[in-house]
Design a binder for this molecule. Structure first.
Ligand code: CP3
Length: 346
């Protein structure tokens, strides 16, 4: 099968497909009993990320159940700090924990040499997947955007208000700029290596883009993302990039116009008519069902799916959620969603 025959790649190239291709952010994960079994076998979440055989297996699990049009590499955005020498751990129910970087001295403790070698197991997963996925399924590689990864590195984990990250950004701008430059370089190297291992599309997750005021959004969300998109388009022509500037609201327009992304993933709060009129005219849109509606299921979910398909299905579109699927999601609700999207006839 030629690449262009894959519906996911056709939609990203600007075609309108009925029904649209679909996949779900965090489609591999704890809501699936077979994922929980494989994670136990691996020992921990990070050991699973660094075990190519088992990471390939958990990537394939949701494809077997639901027939998604895209597979997304099973890994995490925090393997970059881990590979830079900032040791990451995941504690059950607590999320990620890292020794925080809050000064120039902390930053000097990172070690970018041998960075890609430490990510060899993840690249081996990409390679394994490119021969294991069905012929009509596209393979998505990914990374966190520099700003979002920087928040975890500076806060030392998740945060409600990003006070440490913002304090470094405004209070020690040179140190912050140095960290961001390091992340742009490392993330670009890593994404090109994923493409060379077989990733056909790249998604850049900027989960905390919406936390920044306009000027800082332009400088630390748009500019680094544009640098990554330009590098990918320049050095690996033909590979498409999807951006996910979660919470960007009206700034999504500048994000799409100025980063050069081929697709934009819409969060749950994005008004559909505005997105159709202002974003879908410039690139492919993806999204944006509220993940909690898949927990609720039933008619509320069906109606929301139909509304999204009606409003975004008339242009280049990929059906997805507005954020990642949550662990308490009943797998049969995902089956119902899949059936409804695949049965859509416009
Ligand atoms: O989408 C997929 O199926 C591919 C795999 C993937 C994971 N994380 C697996 C994962 C992807 C693309 C990510 C991206 C990611 N990781 C983001 C950006 C997207 C988003 O959700 O906003 C962020 C911010 C992270 C950082 C991260 N990883 C957090 C905050 C957590 C803890 C929260 C949680 O859900 O437990 C993780 C852990 C994580 N990443 C899990 C999975 C399947 C759960 C780990 C487990 O099995 O216990």
């Amino acid at each position: 099968m030629s690449q262009t025959a894959k519906p996911f790649l056709r939609a990203l190239a600007g075609e309108t497909l009925t029904p649209p291709p679909f996949w779900l952010m965090r489609q591999a994960g704890r809501y699936l009993p077979e994922y929980r079994a494989t994670r136990t076998e691996a020992g921990s979440f990070l050991e699973l990320c660094y075990n190519p055989k088992l990471a390939v297996e958990v990537t394939l699990q949701p494809l077997r159940r639901y027939g998604f049009d895209a597979a997304i590499l099973f890994s995490d955005i925090l393997v970059i700090p881990d590979a830079l020498g900032q040791k990451v751990s995941f504690r059950e129910g607590e999320g990620p924990v890292l020794p925080p970087i809050r000064s120039a001295r902390d930053l000097d403790g990172l070690d970018a040499s041998g960075f890609l070698d430490r990510l060899a197991p993840v690249l081996a997963t990409v390679k394994g997947l490119s021969s294991a996925i069905p012929a009509t399924t596209a393979l998505i590689g990914f990374a966190g955007a520099p700003w979002t990864v920087a928040t975890y590195m500076i806060e030392g984990g998740g945060s409600k208000d990003f006070s440490h990250a913002k304090r470094l950004m405004w209070g020690e701008p040179e140190t912050f700029a140095r960290l961001m430059a390091l992340l742009v370089q490392a993330t670009g190297d890593y994404l090109l290596a994923q493409i060379d291992a077989g990733a056909e599309v790249i998604q850049i997750f900027d989960t905390w883009a919406g936390a920044l005021p306009e000027a800082e959004f332009r400088r630390w969300v748009i500019a680094p993302t544009r640098a990554l998109v330009e590098r990918i388009h320049g050095e690996r022509p033909g590979v498409k990039v999807i951006g996910f500037p979660r919470g960007a609201g009206l700034l999504s327009l500048a994000y799409v116009e100025e980063t050069g992304v081929d697709g934009v993933s819409l969060d749950t709060g994005m008004p559909l008519d505005w997105a159709a009129a202002n974003l879908q005219t410039k690139c492919t849109v993806q999204g944006n069902l509220d993940p909690i509606l898949v927990v609720a299921g039933g008619e509320a979910m069906d109606a929301a799916i139909d509304n999204i398909l009606t409003k975004l299905g008339k242009g280049p579109f990929i059906f997805n959620l507005g954020h990642g699927i949550v662990p308490q999601t009943p797998p049969d609700h995902v089956a119902r969603l899949a059936e409804r999207v695949k049965g859509w006839r416009g």
